[in-house]
Write a protein that binds this ligand. Sequence first.
Ligand code: PRX
Length: 571
Amino acid sequence: MKGEQLESVVYASNMGSYEQACKRFQWRDVESHFTWSRTGKVNMAHEAIDRHVYEGRGHKTALLYCDGQREESYTFMQLCMESNRFGNVLRKYNVVKGERVFVFMPRSPELIIALLGILKVGAVAGPLFEAFMETAVKDRLEDSGAVAIVTTPELLSRIPRDELPELKHVFVVGDSSQLTGGVIDFKAEIEQASYEFEPEWLDREDGLIIHYTSGSTGKPKGVYHVQNAMIQHYYTGKAVLDLREDDIYWCTADPGWVTGTSYGIFAPWLNGATNVIRGGRFSPENWYRTIERYQVTVWYSAPTAFRMLMGANEEILEKYDLSSLRHVLSVGEPLNPEVVRWGWKAYGQRIHDTWWMTETGGQLICNYPEMAIKPGSMGKPLPGIEAAILDDEGNVLPPNQMGNLAIRTGWPSMMRKIWNNPAKYDEYFRFSGWYVSGDSAYMDEDGYFWFQGRIDDVINSSGERIGPFEVESKLVEHPAVAEAGVIGKPDPMRGEIIKAFIALREGYEPSEELKEEIYRFVRGGLSAHAAPREIEFKDKLPKTRSGKIMRRVLKAWELELPTGDLSTIED
Ligand code: PRX
């Protein structure tokens, strides 16, 4: 029954209202919402949290946290007060505006309080995913010149402090009585700190957050965002997440990734919504229980999760009451049309795909609520956003031609630099007036955009972006590995998995044990999501004459496709 409705909803045309919205739209109207449009000065933590206290919403529930062990709730007032205290702690340790302060810990209320405190002193927050191992942690702290980090006793050993001379303060959340080496007890410090605090008042172009993400070459890049991004977070929270006064909103992403901050922290709280944060592991039961328990109304998740939920047995849907849901969204990887159709049957909801990137800071191309969905399409550019498909010379292509997905520069949450790497930054803007995303796509005659793939070798596994170079660099540190090339191999559940082609050093023989050992070596050095689930040994890897491994040939081998032009190959 519901399935039939989908078709008519899906293909109904709604172009009129979209065009009107685009015509009416002015960023100026969004800006006028913020306190700084009157004072000239800004602080994200003020706009997201404190402001609600000043405007009489202090007793509203801001955060509902659970992880299977802990279950806690915090009002806007409580988050304001606790982050004030951590702000005071940071000032006591002389952390100042513009310095980078990291959080490296599992999801918890303390993570949120730490992050807000960091923003309140005007420092630039650097969230690190809890699964990162030593090499990954070191690369990011070193590149950004972090001065302080908030972590847990369990993760402390992954921070090589003696190799990080700029890292002055390590705050530990949890029992620190057994720890040595001058770590600071987060909770003890907070308990002594005052609730009184004046945030650091910033300019719109002052720093907000730095998220490390992967490209096809080189180490992870520090994508630097500024306070001004809040305009986009606030606006898309309204226009795309459709957040209203009494919504209970749940974004399933970890704050170690950009979705977990832009849409797990900033957008919901700028809009004053009640925000659910769930720690602990994924399971269909855990997730559906969370929706039922908190009566979640707006839910933002990712294709891999929806595919896993789709793969769970049917009875589980009967067991939980998911009828509170009124709006469901997805991001991070292509959302299969069959998942959209299943969502309609399972939840009575259309799953709205959204497209954006770490670099864009916020959503740009979306299926927003008023729009007719074409399953499989990312949607249309939001009012205020101009998107196009460019050829390799930067010319705009007509509909239905595949090319480089690009966005007209100047949207509020656009990254402002790649930390320490202006050349990398400039590559994104090589065609004057455009940001080039690195995705390939086409636009149909109705203005819907269809994702086709990455143009570079970046791998997207379960919505997590992995740079092959970082994995290859780790692989060749293993004593048995002479050369390594890494590709994304299509996978029905995860989108892609990491596959490594390896040439062994003399004296080493291929074996299943060696594969297992190499897998664990990468997992232990970088993180589980970066470790190759598949390894194939080769006598030799295809290389260009300049010695670069040709991943495109590896990929062609894997997919049994023609290898294409081999004129640059070594021999
Ligand atoms: O390739 C696109 C894919 O994820 C990339 C961005 O990854 P990241 O910076 O980690 O940010 C993920 C969450 C914002 C993009 O270049 N991607 C993101 N959303 C979609 C997508 N691919 C297809 N459809 C989407 N909706």
